[in-house]
Unconditional design. Structure first.
Length: 259
């Protein structure tokens, strides 16, 4: 079995049914210096992008007799996914590859653009949500694994942005559906406003913009646990924007995406 196939199977066993490869040098060429993969791992040549999509994402996980408790929060599910990412790192280490994992909740690179480069879909120019051609917004990018060199050989450009444009001609129901009015309809989102709205108890059942999107609606989370109710867990947003007890923690220690 090839290393690539082994890695894909390991990821799938842990519910990570989105698995993509990105050429690190090609990706870095389009990024600000501080957001390049090389700023995290200087010899990085290949990036493995990991995510979950749709209700089917945990089928293999459950087939092995493991269950996700109904009451699990976004952040607890993220921890479960990170366990899968770390298990994948162990596979690479066994093959002599010094792999490094980046948690999407503690981003040091642009995960939206990384997901596009991996072929997971496009970032909506209306809502800023990542939209997959099959699953629509019912996806979550969970982590990235940085690898030295090109252990899988040359990585082709997997982007589908040129041929997949789901928001063209759409009436933008995602913008109108947001109770926090955080989307301007041109791809800009007031993430601080979204964090404050959710901190005060809003959108507990899921993101209204996500639920209003017609793309991939048949894959929507309709029963608990809701694996893709939000792009970012509530506790993570509280940390990023200094809400609750996080207000006493200096910004430099709270993490979060760079401006």
């Amino acid at each position: 079995m090839t290393l690539l196939r082994s890695a894909q199977q390991q990821a799938a066993r842990n519910g990570l049914n989105l698995f993509g490869l990105v050429d690190a040098r090609r990706f870095d060429a389009c990024q600000a210096r501080e957001q390049r993969s090389s700023s995290v791992q200087p010899n990085c040549g290949t990036i493995v992008v990991l995510g979950t999509a749709g209700r089917s994402s945990w089928i293999e996980y459950q087939r092995q007799g493991r269950q996700i408790p109904v009451g699990m929060s976004d952040d607890q599910i993220d921890e479960l996914a990170m366990g899968g990412a770390n298990a994948l790192v162990d596979v690479f280490l066994q093959h002599g590859l010094q792999a490094r994992v980046i948690d999407a909740r503690k981003p040091r690179i642009n995960f939206g653009q990384l997901a596009e480069a991996a072929g997971f879909g496009v970032v909506s120019p209306v809502s800023g949500l990542l939209l997959h051609p099959e699953f629509g917004p019912w996806v979550r990018v969970r982590a990235a694994v940085l690898l030295p060199g090109q252990p899988f050989g040359e990585v082709a450009d997997a982007s589908i942005a040129e041929r997949f444009r789901p928001c063209c001609g759409c009436l933008k129901p995602c913008v109108a559906a947001c109770p926090g009015a955080v989307h301007d309809g041109f791809g800009n989102t007031d993430r601080g406003g979204c964090a404050d709205h959710r901190h005060r108890g809003g959108c507990e059942a899921g993101c209204h913009s996500r639920m209003a999107c017609p793309v991939g609606a048949e894959h929507a989370d309709v029963v608990a646990p809701r694996l893709h109710a939000h792009s970012i867990g509530r506790r993570t947003m509280q940390r990023w924007f200094g809400l609750g007890w996080w207000r006493i923690v200096p910004r430099m220690f709270r993490g979060g995406p760079r401006a």
